[in-house]
Write a protein that binds this ligand. Structure first.
Ligand SMILES: NC(=O)c1ccc[n+]([C@@H]2O[C@H](COP(=O)([O-])OP(=O)(O)OC[C@H]3O[C@@H](n4cnc5c(N)ncnc54)[C@H](O)[C@@H]3O)[C@@H](O)[C@H]2O)c1
Length: 398
């Protein structure tokens, strides 16, 4: 077990008080490969490679083909990964793929703006879906996705791989253990000093393809860390702010040639009221004149949790977390050591958990019924920022 110390003023003593929080190594289920699941990829850009590499580690999966809007891109993508492309089938969009193939599952790896149409169409065709994050762009789209999922009875999992990280699970475990008491205030978010993503082209920064900027790209992760920890309370109202000073600046943009087409936020902040009287104070940056907008903090009536920020907020902890609480009338800090993942890759776990849910009939590892609240907050921040005032968040019946 990792070494844990508990500090009371100047006094430091070894303790195993955190034993109850330590994660048990999950038992691996045997994978039967007698019937292979037929899987296809929709959108063969940057993140599709991670999906394919993880599927290749699953003996019960056969990748049958892909859909891609850009002619020749999918063929080149699979050839680059060492596939015999003559054995795969390629389609010019998600519709042709889903109309033609008899599939068990698809990974929706398209840019944000087409997440909803691809996912809804796949579910309507009775195909299980692993959908990349963020869930989509608007709350209306998220509602359509959830309704299609409900009607289909299929598995839909949203691609939040940090959910599988032992430190993220620990945050949830600490909150759910009651050690912090009732949570009433949360500060979350993070970001990078400079880091507007343009890995392969401009799909992250154009309004038509991305829909949301830092807010959707990395904001969804920091919201999920805390929303998942506190059990997904319903968001009620939000006051949001968005700006684009760096993306629009030839002086500070990392790609000055893209300044004219930059059409999303590079910074966002919000004050969100959640059911149960919980306040969520949020800020996220792709670029800023600052190293970090601060650690993530969870305030409870009996204790507080500090989660050190990372340069690039991607749903991970930047260092050991600390619980602030009182023991026998003394103000005490308990340091939670960083945990490893036993050599498991988070992306592999995200793919495997999705496949296992298909094989066992569920539940979905990262359900849309949870992530719709994440999307409702992103949507609320966007709407509020555009209107310049607080807005209500109303989620219709699914
Ligand atoms: N989980 C993670 O760690 C992670 C990391 C990076 C990106 N992502 C997410 O993955 C998604 C894709 O990101 P990316 O960097 O791979 O984008 P990308 O622009 O490199 O690739 C997306 C591809 O989808 C194709 N496409 C769009 N609509 C389509 C449709 N209807 N049918 C077929 N193809 C279609 C585009 O032509 C493009 O080639 C984004 O939503 C992003 O947020 C997740």
């Amino acid at each position: 077990m990792a070494n844990i110390s508990l500090k009371v003023g100047q006094v430091s003593m070894a303790t195993n008080i955190l034993d109850k929080f330590m994660e048990k190594v999950e038992e691996k289920t045997e994978i039967k490969a007698d019937r292979k699941l037929k899987v296809a990829i929709i959108g063969t850009g940057w993140i599709a490679e991670a999906h394919v590499k993880s599927y290749l580690k699953c003996p019960d999966v056969e990748i049958v083909g892909a859909a891609e809007l850009i002619p020749g891109k999918a063929e080149a993508f699979f050839a680059g990964l060492g596939f015999d492309t003559a054995k795969l089938r390629f389609y010019p969009s998600h519709k042709e793929l889903l109309d033609t193939e008899d599939l068990d599952a698809v990974s929706v790896c398209t840019y944000n703006a087409t997440h909803a149409e691809c996912t809804v169409y796949a579910l309507e065709k009775g195909v299980n879906v692993l959908l990349e994050k963020p869930m989509c762009v608007t709350l209306d789209e998220a509602v359509a996705i959830c309704r299609a999922e409900k009607k289909s009875g299929k598995i839909l999992s949203i691609g939040f791989q940090p959910r599988f990280d032992a430190n993220m699970k620990m945050i949830k475990k600490i909150v759910q253990s009651g050690e912090l008491g009732d949570v009433y205030y949360i500060q979350t978010g993070g970001g990078r000093r400079r880091g507007i993503p343009t890995p392969f082209g401009t799909s992250f920064i154009e309004k038509e393809t991305a829909g949301l900027g830092a807010l959707g790209d990395i904001g969804c992760y920091s919201l999920d860390v805390v929303m998942n920890a506190i059990g997904h309370p319903k968001p009620l109202t939000v006051t949001g702010y968005k700006s684009d000073f760096f993306g629009k600046s030839t002086k500070y943009s990392n790609k000055p040639e893209y300044v004219d087409i930059f059409g999303v936020d590079d910074f966002a902040a919000a004050f969100v009221r959640l059911e149960g009287g919980i306040i969520l104070d949020f800020r996220i940056a792709w670029a800023m004149h600052m190293d970090t907008p601060g650690d993530s903090l969870i305030f409870g009536k009996e204790g507080g949790l500090r989660i050190p920020s990372t340069d690039c907020w991607n749903g991970s902890a930047g260092g050991p977390m600390t619980v602030y609480h009182d023991v026998a009338g003394e103000q005490v800090e308990t340091v939670i050591p960083m945990l490893g993942n036993d050599g498991n890759d988070l992306f592999d776990m995200k793919i495997r958990s999705f496949l296992d849910a298909i094989l066992t009939g569920g539940p979905s590892p990262v359900p849309a019924s949870q992530i719709i609240y994440n999307q409702a907050i992103l949507d609320g921040i966007s709407r509020s920022a555009e209107l310049g005032r607080e807005v209500e968040i109303v989620i219709p019946e699914i």
